[in-house]
Design a protein. Structure first.
Length: 339
């Protein structure tokens, strides 16, 4: 019996196949109920008792070897018959669908690049902030509406901790630890407790700029704003400044640009005025400088801030703010050429 097993094992090791029909024939010959291996198992009853353990082990090994060899021949045959394609195996899978930059990222990067040409460096800060850096250091009165729960997300267990409502908090942190000249731009995400619609969202993105030095004037601010508008929207863009109010700047203004859709002639987008509001700005209030440890009698400065979604709407004519956060691939693919 042992000799028969070894002979059959050698025979199985040398098996070869040239066509698919041979595979099934080999399986029937060795592994079917009437096959060679099954026949040896039937003869196992005649083996002497003192040899049953050794012979039983060899029979099991033979069956496993026969099954493995036939499966191996099957895989070799299938691989041999597959179409061979000459490819570079070091390449990324092809064809591959390339992603695109998000329009918010595209516009944010462009804004940062424009201000970088004016000498501004990027500064960043935490999104979870405290009342001092978001409000108190920026000259917000205790009863200012922006402190109310309807506008700000406060942490319930600690009303002094909140989600920042503007990136001005980054400016206060920089002013606390640096002395003028300071020339920074602060991009980031901000949060406000607002109803979500095509015009507003509970989170959005801002870019704010701050310049503090000796003898900084409103004329410096206006020149920076005009340069930015022309670089972002084209050389034909015009600006106008309207008086406004912000707790952290005095005087304060809002800036409009000539509508880039109608060229200032008037259309539905600009409500037939020829102008579109884009940002708020002003000279840094002396109280803010003093709160951050900067001598307001020596230094002055200007600050400005804009919503990136607002600029993106103007640049790409996106009419619904919610589209920026829905991650619809069809929408994002529209900006492939702008990467």
């Amino acid at each position: 019996m042992i000799e028969k097993i070894n002979q059959l094992k050698t025979e199985i090791e040398e098996l070869k196949v040239s066509k698919s029909e041979d595979l099934e024939a080999l399986r029937i010959k060795y592994l079917s109920k009437k096959g060679e291996v099954s026949r040896l198992f039937n003869d196992f009853r005649n083996v002497a008792a003192d040899q049953k353990k050794e012979v039983g082990k060899l029979l099991n090994e033979l069956k496993e070897k026969a099954t493995a060899r036939i499966n191996e021949l099957k895989n070799e045959f299938e691989n041999k018959n597959q179409d061979v394609v000459n490819i570079d195996l070091t390449r990324t899978s092809y064809p591959i669908k390339l992603g695109t930059r998000h329009p918010i990222s595209l516009v944010k990067n462009e804004i940062c690049e424009i201000f970088a040409r004016l000498g501004f460096s990027i500064a960043e800060g935490p999104e979870i902030e405290d009342d001092w850096h978001v409000f108190s250091a920026l000259n917000f009165a205790e009863d200012h509406p922006a402190r109310d729960m309807q506008d700000t997300f406060f942490i319930q267990r600690n009303p002094d901790i909140l989600l920042r409502t503007h990136t001005s908090s980054v400016q206060t942190r920089v002013m606390e630890h640096a002395q003028p000249p300071i020339r920074i731009i602060c991009p980031g995400r901000v949060y406000r407790n607002e109803a979500i619609s095509y015009r507003a969202h509970c989170f959005f993105h801002q870019v704010e700029a701050l310049y503090i030095d000796k003898n900084v004037s409103f004329a410096d601010l206006k020149q920076a704003l005009l340069y930015f508008a022309k670089e972002m929207f084209g050389n034909d863009t015009k600006i106008r400044l309207r008086p406004s109010y912000f707790p952290f700047t005095e005087p304060s203004a809002e800036m409009d640009i000539s509508c880039n859709l109608c060229g200032g002639k008037g259309c539905a987008f600009c409500k037939h005025t020829g102008w579109v509001e884009i940002l708020g700005c002003g000279m840094v209030d002396p109280n803010v400088l003093e709160a951050c440890g900067i001598d307001s009698k020596i230094y002055s400065g200007y600050a400005l801030g804009m919503g990136i979604e607002r600029v993106t709407n103007l640049k790409y004519q996106v009419k619904d703010l919610r589209m920026f956060s829905e991650n619809d691939v069809r929408f994002l693919e529209e900006f492939e050429s702008a990467r």
